[in-house]
Design a protein around this ligand. Structure first.
Ligand SMILES: C[S@@+](CC[C@H](N)C(=O)[O-])C[C@H]1O[C@@H](n2cnc3c(N)ncnc32)[C@H](O)[C@@H]1O
Length: 319
């Protein structure tokens, strides 16, 4: 079925830097199966979702009983915005006082009364969006651009183990439905038989504070540091080694290691601790032989034997 898109929303979208990327049902189903047991008796709020064409609303409405939800709330942004509430029997539709902005007074009130927020919010307002969830101490499961990891406020939450990555990541999210006036850019685009136009940016992830099984699975470490020191150079401006790929993390290294941002998709807080992001002791980007590295997250293996790091002679003076 081709979903009709309200033009007032499109106009808003233009002002909002192309935020109209609608999530496909298949991607919602694939992620949500990992959290169903956590939603029983909960009030779910989709606060960037017009029930006329949101697959989040569709998923929760169709699976209301199976999930054992207490209620489903949805609001959306637009000139003529409504609040929808489904209690398992009736849908009650109420006109909002404001324009459905997730920060507006009426939406905040609904947020306070809800238990879990689940949606794909506008990426252009992502900082505000996550700050609000954090301020109101809400449980959530949301889609975001992977870049959000590099935002100071998001990284701080990840480091503090208050927020983590969901199950599906990058290519694990198949693509988004875009309005007819969006250019189908990039290599991975498709127009479905239904007429739905899909863009697969492959640069998105789920971000959540709902527990999932993946964050309790340890990464199997098959490489070793001792005997392979040349593969793991020390940074110029931090006492730690550089590791280019998560799969190459050495099992026997108990000091600090810099790993790519994608490590977070495999992060188990019982196995590793996160020390710092991107910067060395001089507060400049991590460098090796004078050259900056890609973004790195500095981590320490909590389970490595404290063998080698004491043996390593500290690196030459940093400054
Ligand atoms: C990435 S789209 C996703 C839509 C829907 N949640 C989905 O997954 O299909 C983000 C939506 O947020 C809406 N939006 C933009 N600014 C907003 C705001 N201040 N408050 C609430 N929604 C907003 C956009 O119009 C857009 O429809």
């Amino acid at each position: 079925m081709k979903r009709m898109i309200d033009h007032s929303l499109l106009d808003n979208a233009k002002m909002n830097k192309k935020d109209e990327f609608y999530t496909q049902l298949i991607d919602i189903e694939k992620e949500l199966t990992h959290y169903t047991h956590l939603l029983k008796d909960k009030i779910v709020y989709c606060n960037c979702d017009n029930p006329d064409f949101s697959n989040f609303w569709k998923y929760f409405y169709d699976n209301f009983e199976k999930l054992g939800l207490k209620a489903l709330n949805a609001t959306y942004y637009g000139n003529d915005a409504y609040y929808y509430r489904y209690d398992g029997v009736n849908i009650i539709k109420t006109k909002l006082v404001g324009n459905g902005d997730f920060r507006s007074r009426d939406c905040v009130k609904i947020l306070q009364e809800s238990d879990v927020v689940i949606t794909n919010p506008p990426f252009s307002l992502f900082r505000d969006y996550i700050r609000q969830l954090s301020d109101f101490e809400k449980k959530f499961l949301i889609i975001s651009n992977i870049n959000a990891i590099t935002y100071k406020e998001v990284f701080a939450l990840i480091q503090a183990n208050k927020v983590w990555l969901g199950i599906n990541f990058g290519r694990g999210i198949s693509g988004f439905i875009v309005p007819d006036d969006y250019e189908l850019y990039g290599l991975e685009t498709e127009v479905k038989k239904t007429g739905e136009r899909i863009i697969s940016p492959n640069n998105c992830m789920w971000l959540t504070n709902l527990d999932n099984e993946k964050r309790h699975e340890s990464i199997e470490l098959v490489k070793v540091y001792e005997g392979n020191e040349d593969e793991y150079p020390f940074y110029d401006n931090y006492f730690g080694i550089n590791v280019n790929k998560t799969k190459d993390i050495p099992a026997d290294f108990s000091g600090v290691m810099g790993v790519p941002v994608t490590f977070l998709h495999r992060f188990n807080p019982d196995q590793f601790e996160i020390i710092k992001f991107r910067k060395g002791d001089d507060n400049k980007d991590l460098r090796i032989n004078g050259k900056p590295t890609y973004f790195r997250i500095l981590i320490r293996n909590k389970t490595a034997h404290r063998s080698n790091i004491e043996k390593i002679v500290p690196q030459p003076s940093l400054f």
